[in-house]
Each structure stands twice: as structure tokens, then as C-alpha cells.
Design a protein around this ligand. Structure first.
Ligand SMILES: [Zn+2]
Length: 419
């Protein structure tokens, strides 16, 4: 009662709460007994530690609250706050070295028509992840100040503000560093792992560009087409040279025939036998010329479909050349974009890796090269996020009780486990 009376209210809500608590303590016969009446004292814990502020999501209310609850028979409220915290979060918090600090008062309606006179104590939390028992809400976590204020139930905001004022102000309680609720150097290690994963994905994308595969296909088709075109051209050239020879032969035959016909026409006094022989030869030459001309026609007919195929395939070749040019440009553009992303990501990675202790960095690199690029993984509930196997409850329990700067590895895959 003296402690409540000495507590300075931070705002009007808390001032009203303080009056209500003082009145109840003065008038109710058994204000600490939950069974004595609907209005009774409860105790809760605003737990502040290196990892942040400890909040859990109430199973029935669905709201983010500090651990707390009814008092056991004959229990001091300050002791109840520590006990409720242990029951609901699995974490052993303690009062500051200077003694219990009554941080905040709140009066609010609760289930079953209860009115709770809640005494909120500032507790010092351990540097460990929450481990709620099976019957409790599993949604328990450490939050930074701003996160906690954003998430917390309205009735808790005043208490958080008071805790923040007190943290580090001679209470021996120090709050989290802003934006960081994890323990170094493992949060940095996880950051490096995330950058490495992005870098690996970018390199994989660069190595397996669909545009490059299409370009390779087009190149194969262009090579095949070039072979086919050169074979066609060779056949056409061959036909042309055969045609050329035929035309020479036709010209020679025609000339010889004309010569003979001229001689026959101008012949005077030539023997009839000789004329007959010449006439016979002219006949042979005419027949030969006709044959040669027919052969030439056959060649021309043979050449026609070849010329047509050559024209068609040349058109396809021009289209493929254009397609190859377009794809080569696309490959170059995507490669340049990915290279820029890689340079930026590698820069961020180098920055983060520079903050890692050398031995941890080396161990991570060895594991990473051996284990498909993943050297560090989170422990999510009881599962290693690297190998996705479940750890035994004994193992999880052992890990949860290790100090936050202890190096933990997965018993199945050997990866560094980040809690
Ligand atoms: Zn594992």
C-alpha cells in the first residue's frame, strides 16, 4: 500500500488507477484473493533485457501483453510477477538489484466480470530466447521499444513509456540497442548468409539466362542452315558448269554444221559421193545438236527447284540473323543489370562480413562451400532451417539455455544455428 501511495502516476489514466487501487486496498477485506470478490489485485512483469521487451500474445484475447496474472494464496505481488513470467515465457526474469520497482498501475475489466488492479513491475530479462511451456501461448518474443509500443495493448503503452524512462537510469536495467534484438555476432552472420544467398541466386540467374539458351538454339539452326545453303549452292554451281559445257558443245556442233552446209551450197563439181557423205554428216550433227539442247533443258529443269530452295533458305537465314542479333543484345542487357545488382550486393556483403570475427567467418565459409552455399541457418522453434530436420527437445532445451554468444551448430547438418 505504501509503495502504491508513493508511486507517481504518469498520466490521468494511471492517476485514476492509483486512486482505485488505494481505495480497494483500504476497503476490500481480501483484495489479493481472486475468489474473495470480482475486484482484486493482479501482478505483471514488464521484462526488459538486452534482447528487448518481452511480450506474448494472449491466447484468449489475441492481444500482445506483458506476462502476468492472479496472485497465488499469500503470494507477494512482486513474487507473482516473476512467477507468471517464468510460467508464461519460460524465462527467469529478476527484480533490479536495488529491489522491486513498481513501474505502472492499471485498472481494467477482465474475463468473468473481474476488475483487475494490475501492479506492473519492471523486471530484468535474461539474454535468451523465450521457451514457453506446451500449455502456454507459443507467441512470445523479444521486441525493440518501438515495435513493442506499436504492437502492445493500449493499456500497456504507459507502462512501456515508464520502463523506457527507467531503463539505464540508475536502475541497473538496460534496454535493447535500437533495431537490434538479436545477439552479436550471429545477427551479422545471418545478414552475411542472406547476402550470400542473394548473390548465389543472382549468379545462378546469370548462368541460366533463358535468352542465352534461345541464342544457342538459334546459333545451332544458323549453322545447320549455312551447311544446307552451301550444299545447295554447290549443286547449282555444278549444274551451271555442266550447262556451260553443253553450250560450248552446241556452239561447236552448230558451227561445224554451218561450215558443211556452206561448202555444200558453194560446191561446184564435187563428186556426188562426197556430197552424199557431207549431207550424211550434217544430218548427224543436227541430231547431236538437238540431243545437246535437250540435255540442256533437263539441266535447267533440275536447277529450278534448287534455285527456289536457295531463295527460301536465304530468307530464313536473314530472319535467324536478325533473331540472333536481338537475343545477343537481350543477353548483354540482362547480364549488365545482374552484374550491377551483384556489385551492389557484394558491397553490402563485404560490409557485413567485415564485422564478423575472423574464426567465425572462416568456419562459416568452410561450411558454406561444403553445404551448398548455406553455412548458417536459423533455429525456428525446434527445426533447423538449414537441413529442415527437427532437433530433439533435450537438444533444443540445452541450446536455449546457452549464453547468447555461444556458438551452436546443428547436430544433423553441422551448420551454425542462429537463435
Ligand atoms: Zn541442420
Amino acid at each position: 500500500m505504501a509503495r502504491v501511495r508513493a508511486h507517481p502516476p504518469a498520466d490521468a489514466r494511471e492517476a485514476r488507477a492509483r486512486e482505485a487501487v488505494l481505495t480497494a486496498l483500504a476497503e476490500l477485506p481480501r483484495p489479493f484473493d481472486r475468489d474473495a470478490g470480482p475486484t482484486h489485485v493482479t501482478a505483471s512483469a514488464v521484462v526488459v533485457g538486452r534482447r528487448g521487451i518481452l511480450l506474448h500474445r494472449h491466447r484468449r484475447l489475441g492481444r500482445w501483453l506483458q506476462p502476468g496474472g492472479h496472485l497465488d494464496p499469500a503470494e507477494e505481488p512482486a513474487a507473482a510477477a516473476v512467477r507468471e513470467c517464468a510460467e508464461e515465457t519460460g524465462l527467469t526474469a529478476r527484480h533490479p538489484d536495488s529491489g522491486p520497482v513498481l513501474l505502472h498501475l492499471d485498472v481494467h475489466g477482465a474475463a468473468d466480470g473481474h476488475v483487475h488492479l494490475d501492479l506492473r513491475y519492471l523486471l530484468v530479462g535474461p539474454d535468451a530466447p523465450p521457451a514457453p511451456g506446451p500449455g502456454e501461448s507459443q507467441e512470445v518474443a523479444w521486441y525493440g521499444w518501438d515495435e513493442a509500443v506499436a504492437l502492445a495493448d493500449e493499456a500497456l503503452v504507459g507502462a512501456l513509456a515508464a520502463a523506457r524512462r527507467l531503463a539505464g537510469a540508475g536502475t541497473g536495467v538496460s534496454g535493447p540497442t535500437p533495431g537490434s534484438t538479436m545477439a552479436e555476432p550471429f545477427d551479422t552472420l545471418m545478414e552475411v548468409q542472406e547476402h550470400d544467398t542473394v548473390i548465389d541466386q543472382l549468379r545462378h540467374r546469370r548462368a541460366t539466362l533463358p535468352e542465352r539458351a534461345s541464342l544457342a538454339e538459334v546459333t545451332v539452326r544458323r549453322t545447320e542452315l549455312a551447311a544446307s545453303l552451301s550444299s545447295l549452292q554447290a549443286q547449282i554451281d555444278d549444274l551451271a558448269s555442266r550447262q556451260g559445257r553443253l553450250e560450248e558443245q552446241i556452239a561447236t556442233t552448230a558451227a561445224r554444221r554451218h561450215q558443211l552446209e556452206e561448202r555444200m551450197r558453194t560446191a561446184v563439181g564435187t563428186a556426188a559421193r562426197d556430197l552424199q557423205a557431207m549431207d550424211h554428216e550434217v544430218g548427224l550433227l543436227a541430231a547431236r545438236q538437238q540431243q545437246l539442247e535437250e540435255d540442256e533443258l533437263v539441266l535447267l529443269e533440275e536447277e529450278e527447284p534448287l534455285d527456289q530452295a536457295l531463295a527460301e533458305q536465304s530468307a530464313v537465314q536473314a530472319a535467324l540473323d536478325a533473331e540472333a542479333g536481338r537475343l545477343a543484345e537481350a543477353v548483354e542487357a540482362v547480364e549488365a543489370a545482374l552484374d550491377a545488382e551483384l556489385v551492389a550486393e557484394e558491397g553490402r556483403r563485404t560490409g557485413a562480413a567485415g564485422r564478423l570475427p575472423v574464426d567465425l567467418a572462416e568456419r562459416y565459409e568452410r561450411l558454406r562451400s561444403k553445404l551448398g552455399g548455406v553455412g548458417a541457418a536459423r533455429l525456428i522453434a525446434d527445426r533447423c532451417d538449414g537441413c529442415h530436420l527437427t532437433l530433439s527437445s533435450v537438444e533444443v532445451d540445452r541450446i536455449r539455455h546457452l549464453p547468447s554468444d555461444a556458438l551452436v551448430t546443428c547436430p544433423q547438418c553441422d551448420r551454425i544455428l542462429v537463435r
